[in-house]
Design a protein around this ligand. Sequence first.
Ligand SMILES: [Zn+2]
Length: 259
Amino acid sequence: MAAFTDTGGHPPGRPHPIMATEKNQPAAANVHDQLVSARIRSRIKAAGVRFHANDNIAAFIEEGELAQLQAEVQGKLAAVLESLVIDVESDHNTQDTAKRVAKMYINEVFRGRYQAPPPVTEFPNIERLNELMIVGPITVRSACSHHLCPIMGKVWVGVMPNEHSNLIGLSKYARLLEWVMSRPQIQEEAVSQAADLLMSKLQPDGLAIVMEADHFCMHWRGVKDMESKMINSVMRGSFLRDANLRREFLALISQRQRG
Ligand SMILES: [Zn+2]
């Protein structure tokens, strides 16, 4: 198997690992550092923090770097269009596509990765409310981490406050959910992240979230199933302990769904 020794132990036809070439060209690392994404990534790695698609990395982005990041993404998207053999020079429809998509990713649909959390004022529970409160349906938009296809859905939130809980304005539920959802997501992880965030803001006795969503990767590609929706829920605190509370919440939201 002479071919294997020629390629340094790697099967023929496969590229050498990048590490092997970098070893001989230390300058390559410096060139790489000039990319703003590499600078941000090295800060995150130095802090030992996770940076999955649905993690927020705003704390590692410095003033002015978001615009640079958008420009970098635009350049990479232009390369994708080129590799798709699209004549972006002559085709007036795609001339600005790389720019538009980069802006859409960084500033719109994935902005929940790059922006700090929305400011939310918490109020003390002066009235000592301790009745089940339901907020919803809140329209949510996201994209799946697997295909970057849209996810469009509705979320219901159930809150069981106690005298030590905080209260937030109704519109703030939508703002906080939007922040979590505007990232490449997995629905199960999205509801769990939303629950963690609301638990930390509200400090309630219990919290429940139900999300029902259309996954466009099911409609547009793959099985092309137009009917399927994904529903999942997360229950915390008293909603986990108290089956009656859970039933009450689920019964109320299903009434609203039918009505
Ligand atoms: Zn998908």
